[in-house]
Design a protein around this ligand. Structure first.
Ligand code: 3H9
Length: 689
């Protein structure tokens, strides 16, 4: 027997132990070991299936997907559990996910640690439970609940799992000992597949389907998962299992599942920096400068994770208003039932206002989130440099400015870096960590550690204007603006990109953010920066007319009072026509395909430059930025993965096509794109030498 699966008999109970760190994924060695152990139960009267380490099985081994299948399959192993002559008890602790939960459902009973969680997260991988989960779970908790878990992918608590019938008992204390005691009382088999499927509550089912339609727009797994779960009530068990297999296999090797698997590993890789072996510094007290939307959100992100935070604002009134807003946001969360009121107030209490810079002297990490202007940032850094402990890290939340220039004004630039949060900072998962030329390894790992502890997905970026995300966004916005000037109505541009899977179109997004932001940016450009006037001339005119976007109820679209729904405005259509005429642009029909292609190619081409310059460490980091910070559809895997899927020869050919059509200024292919296309290679396979 392998070391991964061992068994031992204690009294009448056979203990089957699995030890496959880090998360006991159900790889071939586990499946083989468990199946073999079940084949020889000796004179035991019951068995306990237990995992060592931090968790019961966290699912199938995702690294095996896309490779030739190996026997026994997970279905074979689960069948062996059901066919075992003695009852088997799953001793569940940690996170029993996906195939892990399916394995537990193949057992006769399930006892779960009070802190345990169970779920079907497969939908996040573009698939659904494919080892009988869609057939066994409805027999225990009914179709709506089973489908809800399958489509929203979120784990539920142990208490909830018992409440809905998925698990039998909660364990306080040692899960293995409790499972053994439980097993001693069970001599009868209790096979889930033999249970009937309870009648389905149609109204509940409709609710679940409506929620998935909204939150998982564009994801083809929703349809297959739904069909599989519903079949549990329509077919006999074996036919429904066959049906589940067929629907599962349709997805497993499809492009959406490939993209989502790519994102799963990309999000874990992005926190790793090649050649970095420093240890993180301590992180107890966090300082935040600026109590506006960003500063407040950053303070909340840390307070939510249990950190004590000190917040300061040069303007006492603003500080007071900022804290009131934070309190209101916490109480709103409590009133929506997301957290308890006591928790809301605890979190708020962790954020302490301070009225002088001296209050930062005790902080381990101080993040500046003040007005986006170099002189203002430098003045703040001078204050922080004077009071911060020598080993404290100082970070700027700038979205565009030169982190090296900010660092250069301090005594020790090694402790300075960028921590670029995305708004709202307490919600958005992405954190760009900007490594300056002099940033020390220790500062970098401390920032990465902070990101992990506040549950962000960090991506390390080098210094350049706009870092990874905003630098790429320029080309995307430019092409959207140009397509509009060349002939597409604003709503056509937005619809094309929405249909591609973006959460909203870039023009509606401009209205949401405020057209004045871009307007001001264009007026404060520094040397070396450039933009395409034709792509923003409409926005400039609108701002000058007082139409700044949603906040003035009019921008590129118009808005009814207290509504965020954009309404196409004939006045704007006329203005576009006038500008086009005045600028000598011949209007023509611009198709949705062209809009998407130009916007995507612009992203990809700039991404290739970012990669080649070493601003991003790897292509998958760029994907992580776009999926987590800009709403790029996860099922397309981010712009660089999307490019690889299209094939770089095709991407290059289409980029050249637009170069011929519109000239070299914005369309010269990045040298790295040329090189990889010529080598028939991919961004994913490329590593900077
Ligand atoms: C499935 O079950 C399909 C079935 O329905 C049907 C099959 C026929 N496989 O996340 P972490 C690695 S699909 C392989 O940083 P945490 C991960 O890459 C599966 N590797 O830890 C990382 O490696 P590295 C359904 C896996 O404590 C390391 O483990 N299940 C797997 O923050 C630590 O991971 C899921 O989708 C895996 N299944 O979170 C659950 N899982 O150190 C996926 C993890 O080299 N897993 N790794 O970077 C998770 O959600 C989290 O890992 C978990 C722990 C919550 C368990």
């Amino acid at each position: 027997m392998s070391d991964i699966v061992t068994s031992e008999q204690r009294g009448d109970v056979l203990i089957i132990r699995v030890n496959n760190p880090p998360v006991n994924a159900l790889g071939i060695a586990v499946r083989e070991g468990v199946t073999n152990a079940l084949a020889d139960v000796g004179n035991a009267k019951a068995a306990v299936l237990h995992c060592e380490g931090r968790t019961f099985f966290a699912g199938a081994d995702i690294t095996e997907f896309g490779k030739p299948p190996q026997s026994p399959s997970l279905n074979d192993m689960i069948e062996a559990l059901e066919n075992c002559p003695i009852p088997v008890i799953a001793a569940m602790h940690g996170t029993s996910l996906g195939g892990g939960l399916e394995t537990a459902l193949g057992c006769d009973y399930r006892i779960i640690d009070r802190k345990g969680r169970v779920g079907f997260p497969e939908i996040e991988l573009g698939i659904f439970p494919g080892a009988g989960g869609t057939q066994r779970s409805p027999r225990l908790c009914g179709i709506p609940e089973s489908l809800k878990m399958t489509l929203d992918g979120k784990p539920i608590t142990a208490a909830r799992a018992v409440e809905i019938g998925l698990c039998d008992e909660i364990s306080d204390g040692d899960i293995l000992e409790n499972a053994i005691a439980f097993a001693e009382t069970k001599t009868e088999k209790h096979v889930v597949r033999d249970l009937p499927v309870p009648a389905c509550d149609q109204a509940e089912l409709e609710k679940v389907l409506a929620a998935a339609q909204k939150s998982r727009r564009g994801q083809i797994a929703v349809e297959n998962a739904t069909r599989a779960v519903l079949a549990s009530a329509e077919m006999d068990f074996d036919s429904a299992m066959e049906n589940e297999r067929k629907l599962f296999m349709e997805l497993l090797n499809g492009s959406q599942a490939r993209a989502m698997r790519h994102m799963f590993f990309a999000e874990r890789l992005s926190a790793k920096v090649d050649g970095l072996d420093a240890q993180p510094g301590s992180l107890g007290l966090i300082g935040v400068v600026g109590s506006g939307t960003m500063g407040g959100g950053i303070a909340m992100a840390f307070a939510n994770a249990g950190f004590a935070v000190r917040i300061h604002d040069a303007n006492a009134e603003a500080l007071k208003a900022g804290l009131e807003k934070i309190r209101a946001l916490y109480l709103a969360s409590a009133s929506k039932g997301r957290i308890s009121e006591a928790e809301a107030l605890d979190r708020f209490d962790r954020i302490q206002p301070i009225d002088s810079w001296d209050g930062f002297a005790a902080c381990d990490l101080i993040i500046e989130a003040v007005f986006e202007r170099m002189d203002v940032k430098k003045a703040v850094f001078a204050e922080l440099d004077a009071v911060a402990r020598p080993d404290a890290i100082i970070a700027t939340n700038t979205s565009y400015l030169d982190v090296d220039e900010i660092a250069a004004g301090t005594k020790d630039p090694a402790r300075v870096l960028g921590m670029h949060f995305f708004s709202p900072a307490n919600v958005m998962r992405l954190l760009e960590i900007v490594r300056g030329a002099k940033t020390s390894g220790k500062a970098l790992v401390t920032a990465l550690d902070a990101a992990k502890r506040i549950r962000k997905v960090p991506v390390v970026s080098g210094v350049c204007h706009g870092f990874i995300g905003n630098r790429m966004l320029k080309g995307y916005g430019r092409e959207a603006g140009l397509c509009m000037m060349e002939g597409a109505a604003p709503q056509d541009v937005d619809k094309a990109l929405y249909d591609f899977g973006m959460p909203m179109g870039p023009l509606a997004m401009g209205d949401l953010a405020g057209l004045d932001i871009g307007y001001d940016n264009r007026r404060s450009m520094v040397a070396g920066e450039d933009y395409e006037p034709l792509a923003s001339v409409l926005q400039d005119r609108l701002v000058e007319m007082g139409r700044k976007g949603q906040k003035t109820s009019a921008g590129i679209y118009k808005y009814e009072a207290s509504s965020r729904a954009p309404i196409p405005d004939p006045e704007v259509d006329a203005l576009i026509e006038n500008i086009a005429q005045e600028q000598g642009v011949a209007r023509r029909p611009v198709s949705a395909d062209e809009i998407v292609e130009r916007c995507m190619l612009a992203l990809i081409n700039e991404g290739a430059r970012i990669l080649e310059e070493g601003i991003a460490q790897r292509a998958s980091d760029i994907d992580v930025v776009y999926v987590n910070g800009y709403g790029f559809p996860r099922y397309r895997g981010g712009p660089m993965f999307y490019a690889d899927e299209l094939g770089l020869a095709h991407v290059l050919e289409r980029t050249r096509h637009y170069q011929e059509k519109f000239g070299p200024k914005w369309w010269t292919p990045a040298p790295l794109l040329e090189k990889l296309a010529a080598e028939n290679s991919s961004f994913g396979a490329w590593k900077k030498g």
